[in-house]
Write a protein that binds this ligand. Structure first.
Ligand code: AFP
Length: 312
């Protein structure tokens, strides 16, 4: 077993074991960096024409192979155009095998994001359903420490990987996000493209104590969703990837099925909130496998403030 089994539903334990075993292997590949094969060389394109890095494809192949030995029947990946039928099993798993690819060769935290549903009869219908039907959601973060945050709908469990053994050890149960924060995360270079609500919220943050917020704020942007989510789970904050006017960004950049839905599940289970500016992420249904959605998540006071700006 590659992880502490405590509080993991028995049916899901073999899947979580497979995910953390591969997580350990991917952490080892990343840690070797330039001592190994090039991880950031472009080797192809995914379904949307986004460049695929060597590590994107390597991680996808490793996770797919390991999950074939579990009760995962349907496998949906950012790196695969269609849902794969892995054979027998009662679950459907969506995954971004390696999120944050642009950070691979600059030694910045990257991650794997996963979402699990009970499989329905059909492949796509197992994923194109209200996000609140997930039975598990989480991420593995590859950074100065490798760790995992996961929820099965009964609180958020935090694991740390022991570098010596590669085992994921449970270090925190029922993680809670602080309700207020002085930190926001957004890619400020896109300001001129943002929808109005996002722009007015950020302007309020930038006004700090001279404006209606009455407190100075700080900004972070890692360019790696898992790194932002881990920071926000750990010390609070709010993350925004809004819709913007650029071609292809009318629904933001992030994908509903294997990025936003699992992150939203985790964040809500930790006492935070997650919406697309208007609608709760967990109330949304992806219209197609690789659909994008705007995403705002984090400390409840700030997430609600963003929503108020969208509604103003
Ligand atoms: P890559 O995997 O292409 O690096 O994209 C990472 C990501 O999907 C997400 O992890 C980041 O939060 C977001 O994109 C960064 O987007 P910008 O590059 O537009 O800031």
């Amino acid at each position: 077993m590659s992880l502490s089994p405590k509080r993991i539903p028995a049916d899901l334990l073999p899947i979580m074991d497979a995910l953390t075993r591969i997580g350990r292997d991917v952490a080892g590949i990343i840690a070797r960096g330039a001592l190994g094969d090039s991880l950031s060389v472009e080797v192809g394109e995914n379904s949307d024409g986004d460049g695929q890095k060597a590590l994107d494809v390597m991680a996808d192949e490793l996770f797919e192979a390991a999950l074939r030995e579990t009760a995962v029947k349907y496998y949906a990946s950012e790196e695969q155009e269609v849902v794969l039928d892995l054979g027998e099993g009662k679950y459907a798993l969506a995954i971004d095998p390696l999120d944050g690819s642009s950070n691979i060769d600059v030694n910045v935290s990257i991650g794997t994001i996963f979402s699990i549903f009970e499989a329905k009869d059909g492949a796509e219908e197992s994923f194109l359903r209200p996000a609140h039907e997930q039975v598990a959601g989480g991420y593995i973060v590859f950074g100065p420490q490798t760790g995992m945050a996961v929820t099965f709908g009964d609180g958020v469990l935090i694991y740390a990987m022991d570098p010596a053994s590669g085992e994921f050890l449970l270090v925190e149960e029922d993680k809670q996000i602080v309700p207020s924060s002085k930190e926001f995360a957004i890619n400020a270079s896109n300001r001129r493209h943002w929808v109005k609500g996002a722009r007015s919220y950020i302007e309020e943050c930038e006004a700090g104590e001279t404006g209606s917020k009455g407190k100075n704020m700080n900004m972070r942007w890692v360019g790696s969703l898992v790194a932002e989510a881990h920071r926000i789970l750990t010390r609070g904050g709010v993350f925004l990837y809004p819709a913007d006017e650029r071609k292809g960004y009318e629904n933001g950049r992030l994908r509903m099925t294997y990025e936003c839905a699992p992150i939203a599940f985790l964040i809500e289970q930790a006492g935070g909130e997650a919406h697309d500016g208007v609608t709760r992420i967990l109330d949304k249904t992806a219209p197609e496998l690789h659909a994008r959605t705007p995403l705002v998540f984090g400390s409840v006071e700030e997430v609600r403030s963003v929503k108020a700006h969208y509604e103003a």
